[in-house]
Design a protein around this ligand. Structure first.
Ligand code: MOS
Length: 740
């Protein structure tokens, strides 16, 4: 498709088309769905993390008012496993169907589910089920590197040259271990499933970042053809990756609905959110850097271990960015897994890159200090010409400009490197920097665009809007192609019955969807031109479609504005209500020999304030410069980066899921005890997007934003803390006592 360089609407901040629905409460989220005869399910959660269920005593619960059924292993009915698959199909993290056996492998694992007339009745009865266990000591320990339970041999993820020898002979070296604790996704919208089975077909209202995959997985697990499952997620109250793949509650709700032939709603409680719908795993990473005295990297080593559950292998992929972010002749990245009695980890915003860059960018700061070199200058010095891991060019990389523009906006040149040397209004300032990157990609996508006689349009795609602005972006793209104003474009997403679209993950929705939507819009306009030349009474009757052009919702003879007729008029003459076009675009994933290395880049500059007298640490100012291709809708794109920065403040300073070593229970399992960054913790944030369209990725040159905003923030904060205090925090989150 031709590169699109000019547009009246692409790149223009456009208010969210779904905004009024959301602020007025009309938008229906999964758990807002009600149906006649709806029943409520509440799971019985294991109170041990390792052992076996030896008895379920239901006698008290069964007698409680409103109870309709209690399901457990013996009576839930058939549930199947999903066959191994490749690519973006049939993905779920917890592959064991719920209630498959009596073994308990993590705290909170569902061992039964109560269905009742009201949610209160279901919960009360679930809490009255008496479960007897044979218990074993769980392992939830967070020390991973070198742990005897590291069951997998470390995998080699990337290698070039001979890192070991280069590290041995290095003149300047850093060799440190960095750890991050378990972080739990806490979207304000709880996970929820409302299952409606009509004796043949399942309609599932879900909190899903991927309705098509969700449908395919549920059809497999229920043992029915995909046509008999429809998954609907019109709106999401965010997800952060926790809602990418189906979790057991969805399968349980569907099975209960099947067994009772009644609609069933199951809302996961906030407490259960810490147990059975994923988390970012605990991760230990060893980073080794070697450099010449003038700051040229000669070797980079990264070895990481992340915890995973007892049954499933979740690899955090911390080495994703390391192989291409800097130039170095020698590199070795390895990764391994350690099994723990925890629920399945899953992707959490910026999986792999975010924890990986925390470690790498901390180590780069330590290297800069060892070299007595400015940390921005160190990064600039090691900027690669090409992707040295794949030996291919970058599609479009402006890392240097991110660093120099950021330094300029931040005022970096006035930084004095000595610890605690910058004071302002009686407090110590610390200034830190980190570079960052995140993958750019497209996945296969189909979409349709309909142009209607009333002058409006409709665009449909089986992707979803997690809250980042997909509804609005697609309206802008259709508006760009057709000239129809955004407020006359209906965007339909979040339904597995629509043409299959991408997961709302990886920050790649916009890059994936826009090519197929553009193609669909072009095909729809072609269809209008055909109607114009074929329809009796049309002023263009018997012309050739090639003689005509479609501009701003009107048809005219090429170059002859006097001949202009509105699209709606042509469709009225043709007596058709609407015409449609479809589009399909290919993915970039899994290409055996990619031609380009596709990524976004950025630089994060952070200021912290430190008041030792009262032990008060604050992140006061962040300047972030992002090179993410063309930005279609700058206002929500900026919101994405701002939100990510605040999440980075939480990652650096607060977030940590703690497990009780005796029971294996996540203990700070609520919004009061699991501390996250809130408005009061938000720094002043200055977001700049460099505007370099990446036409190698798609015609609009768009890569998408979201996760990149979080990458590097935690390291920039700990680097700033070092600058202010002289304390290097290598174990997140930073604790005040670390600094005293
Ligand atoms: Mo994101 S962790 O790819 O939803």
């Amino acid at each position: 498709m031709q590169e699109i360089t000019e547009s009246k609407i692409i790149g223009v901040s456009t208010p969210r088309v779904d905004g009024p629905l959301k602020v007025s409460g009309i938008a229906k989220y999964a758990s807002d769905h009600h149906f006649p005869g709806l029943l409520y399910a509440w799971p019985v959660c294991a109170t041990i993390a390792n052992g076996t269920v030896t008895n379920l005593n239901l006698s008290e619960a069964e007698k409680m008012s409103g109870v309709v059924a209690i399901y457990h292993r013996a009576n839930i009915g058939p549930l199947y496993r999903v066959p191994p698959a490749t690519g973006f199909s049939l993905i779920l993290d917890e592959k064991r169907p719920p209630l498959e056996d009596d073994v308990v492998r993590y705290y909170g694992q569902y061992v039964a589910v109560v269905v009742a007339q009201t949610v209160e009745q279901a919960r009360a009865a679930a809490e009255s089920v008496r479960v007897t266990y044979s218990r074993q000591k769980p392992d939830v320990s967070e020390k991973l590197l070198g742990s005897p339970l590291t069951t997998e041999k470390p995998d080699q993820k990337s290698k070039r040259g001979d890192a070991a020898s280069a590290l041995q002979s290095a003149q300047v070296k850093v060799d440190e271990i960095y750890t991050i604790p378990v972080e739990t996704h806490n979207p304000i919208e709880l996970h929820a499933s409302v299952a409606v089975y009509d004796g043949q077909k399942y309609t599932l209202y879900e909190t899903s970042q991927a309705v098509v995959n969700h449908r395919d997985v549920l059809a497999q697990m229920l043992g029915v053809p995909t046509e008999q499952v429809q998954v609907i997620t019109r709106f999401l109250g965010s997800g952060f990756g926790g809602k990418l793949w189906p979790w057991p509650q969805s399968i349980l709700a569907a099975a209960c609905s099947r067994n009772l032939e009644r609609p069933v709603k199951l809302v996961v409680s906030r407490q259960m959110m810490f147990q059975s719908v994923g988390h970012r795993p605990a991760i230990d990473q060893r980073i080794q850097l070697a450099a010449t005295p003038d700051g040229k990297l000669t070797a980079v080593g990264q070895d990481y271990v992340n915890h995973t559950s007892i049954l499933d292998d979740y690899d955090e992929g911390c080495g994703e960015i390391t192989p291409f972010i800097y130039s170095t002749p020698n590199l070795l990245v390895t990764g391994g897994l350690a099994r723990r009695n925890v629920g399945n980890p899953t992707a959490m915003r910026g999986p792999g890159a975010v924890p990986g860059l925390y470690a790498l960018e901390s180590a780069m700061d330590e290297l800069a200090i060892a070299l007595k070199m400015d940390p921005v200058a160190l990064r600039l010095k090691n900027e690669p010409e090409v992707d040295e891991s794949l030996e291919i060019p970058f599609s479009s990389r402006h890392m240097k400009e991110c660093l120099t523009v950021g330094a300029e906006k931040f005022g970096w040149s006035s930084r004095t490197p000595e610890i605690g040397s910058i004071k302002q209004d009686g407090v110590t300032l610390g200034w830190g920097v980190a570079a960052c990157s995140w993958l750019a990609a497209r996945t296969e996508t189909e979409a349709t665009v309909e142009l209607r006689q009333d002058g409006s349009a409709r665009v449909a795609c089986g992707t979803q809007d997690i809250g980042g602005g997909t509804y609005t972006v697609l309206a802008q793209v259709v508006s760009h192609e057709t000239g129809i104003p955004v407020n006359k474009i209906e965007v339909v997403l979040g339904d597995s019955a629509l043409p299959p679209g991408p997961i709302s993950g990886g920050s790649w929705v916009t890059a994936s969807v826009t090519p197929s939507v553009l193609e669909a819009a072009q095909n729809a306009t072609k269809s209008v031109l055909l109607a114009a030349v074929k329809s009796d009474g049309s002023p263009f009757k018997d012309k050739k479609p090639d003689d005509l052009e479609f501009i701003d919702g009107t048809i005219r003879l090429k170059g002859q504005s006097a001949s202009t007729v509105p699209m709606s008029e042509i469709l009225r003459i043709a007596r058709v209500k609407s015409v449609s076009g479809s589009g399909k675009s290919q993915g970039t994933f899994g290409e055996a020999k990619p031609k380009y290395s596709f990524h976004s880049y950025g630089a994060q500059f952070v200021e912290i304030t430190w008041q030792p007298e009262i032990a008060r640490l604050r992140v006061s100012r962040v300047v972030t410069v992002i090179d993410a291709g063309r930005i279609i809708n700058p206002a929500p794109a900026r919101n994405q980066i701002e939100g990510a920065v605040v999440m980075g403040v939480g990652m650096a300073m607060f977030e940590e899921t703690m497990y009780d070593p005796r029971s294996g229970a996540p203990i700070n399992n609520n919004l009061a005890d699991y501390v996250m960054a809130v408005n009061a913790d938000s720094p002043k944030i200055d977001v700049t997007f460099l505007d370099y369209p990446d036409y190698k990725l798609n015609a609009l040159g768009v890569r998408g934003v979201g996760e990149i905003g979080l990458a590097g923030i935690a390291a920039a904060i700990t680097n700033a803390v070092y600058h202010a205090t002289g304390v290097r925090v290598r174990n997140l989150p930073i604790r005040i006592e670390d600094l005293l």
